[in-house]
Structures are given as C-alpha cells and as structure tokens.
Design a binder for this molecule. Structure first.
Ligand code: HEM
Ligand code: HEM
Length: 176
C-alpha cells in the first residue's frame, strides 16, 4: 500500500500539507493532526466536506470540493499510514474527572463512555489521542451547537457535556 501511495502521479496530499503538515502533524490547534488517523474516518470527513454535510471549517477545506473520489482515497491512505503524533505535556492537573468520562461516561447525565466507541478496534470512530486540545474542544462545541452537523450521535453526546467538561476531556485526550 505505502508504495502505491508514494508512486501516485498526482500526489493529492501535497496540497493538504500546507495546513495539516506534510507529516500530518499540524503546528496549531486550528488545523487537526491527521497522521495515523483511521483511513475510513479521514475519507468520510473528506466526503462530508465535499458534499457540504460538514461545514465547520470556515471554507478552508473547500480546496477539496472538486477532488475526484480517487484523490480523496489516496489522501486518506497517505495520512493514515504516517506515524501518529506524540501526546502533549499535560497542563490541567484535574484529570480524574476527564479520565472517568472517557472510560465510564456520566451515566446520570446519559453520557456513554467515549472509550466504548473511540478505541483501537477497526471501526470508523476517530483516534482522539494526541490531537490538539483546542481542536477537540472546538469539535465538541460545534457538535453541541449544531455547527458541525455530520453526526447525530456525537451531537447528542456533546449536548450532555458542560463546557467545563468539554475543556477537561479535550485537555486530557491531547495528553494521552
Ligand atoms: C479538517 C483533510 C486540505 C484546513 C480536516 C479534516 C480532514 C482534512 C480529514 C477533518 C479532521 C478530523 O475530523 O479529525 C484534508 C486533506 C486535505 C486538506 C486530505 C488535502 C486534500 C486543507 C487545506 C486547509 C485545510 C489546504 C487550509 C487552507 C482545515 C481546517 C480543518 C480541516 C481548518 C478543521 C475544521 C474544523 O475546525 O472543524 N482536513 N485537508 N485543509 N482542514 Fe483539511
Ligand atoms: C467524533 C469526542 C463518545 C462516536 C468525535 C470527535 C470528538 C469526539 C472530539 C471529533 C474528532 C475529530 O474531529 O477528529 C467524544 C467524546 C466522547 C465521545 C469526548 C465521550 C464523552 C462517543 C461515543 C460514540 C462516538 C460513545 C459512539 C456511540 C463518534 C463518531 C465520530 C465521533 C462516529 C465521527 C463523526 C463523524 O463522522 O464526523 N467524538 N466522543 N463518540 N465520535 Fe465521539
């Protein structure tokens, strides 16, 4: 697979590197890290941006609007096979609540354990580990407000999290 990607004549991922880093490790929380992310998840996001189902990028992903399927698939394959990023140094010293939410959820608030879906299984739920904390928090707030409208399950979960818990969980995940 890796050779087939590198030999692709059009190298569609090069355009992505300007924002996401050609190594898939973007410099700021404005742009998500893509290195090592699940291939099926990257592909779904690309299709959702292209079709207009996901619009919370301030138009910055519009460069992919005229990409054919094979270019989206190659770009997803390229970023997914790069080495995953290292965790951030932890800044928030109250990680116990965040860890509880990730591993067990908040049953009294109807929040399921994040880990029940976001795990190492070969599923489509994205890796959240070592992602920028600011990016994760923005996604959860965008799901909560409906600005990110491409997944009803995550919208339902994010609406049950307080803004304070969103910050705690995002900081914790970035450091794992
Ligand atoms: C988000 C891939 C080009 C800016 C994303 C996501 C993917 C992606 C998969 C979602 C990540 C996630 O949900 O974890 C790509 C690929 C590109 C490309 C494969 C090239 C074909 C660009 C360019 C820019 C850009 C050129 C900057 C002009 C952004 C921003 C977001 C994003 C700002 C986050 C939007 C938000 O806050 O929700 N990109 N991208 N991307 N991309 Fe790109
Ligand atoms: C996406 C956080 C629980 C299914 C996401 C994203 C975040 C997140 C930040 C966006 C990632 C990105 O843009 O790269 C959380 C947290 C959870 C939780 C903090 C626990 C409180 C769950 C559960 C499920 C789930 C329990 C399954 C029932 C998904 C799916 C997506 C997603 C399918 C991708 C949506 C799409 O296609 O755009 N989650 N999640 N999550 N999550 Fe969760």
């Amino acid at each position: 697979l890796a050779d087939a990607i590198v030999d692709a004549p059009d190298r569609p991922w090069e355009a992505c590197g300007n924002c996401h880093g050609i190594d898939g490790i973007s410099a700021t929380a404005h742009f998500p890290k893509l290195a090592g992310q699940k291939r099926a998840y990257i592909e779904k996001q690309l299709r959702d941006f292209r079709s207009g189902l996901r619009t919370n990028d301030h138009g910055q992903m519009s460069g992919t609007d005229d990409f054919p399927d094979h270019a989206l698939e190659l770009a997803a394959a390229y970023f997914s096979q790069l080495p995953a990023p290292s965790p951030a140094n932890h800044v928030d010293n109250d990680i116990s609540r965040a860890r509880t939410i990730v591993d067990f959820g908040l049953p009294e608030a109807g929040v399921p354990a994040c880990r029940s879906c976001h795990n190492a299984d070969a599923n489509i739920e994205p890796w959240l580990e070592a992602q920028h904390a600011g990016y994760l928090a923005k996604q959860l707030k965008d799901f909560k407000s409906g600005v990110r409208g491409n997944d009803k399950t995550m919208a339902d979960i994010a609406r049950r999290l307080s803004d304070d818990d969103i910050e705690k969980v995002s900081g914790f995940l970035a450091s794992t």
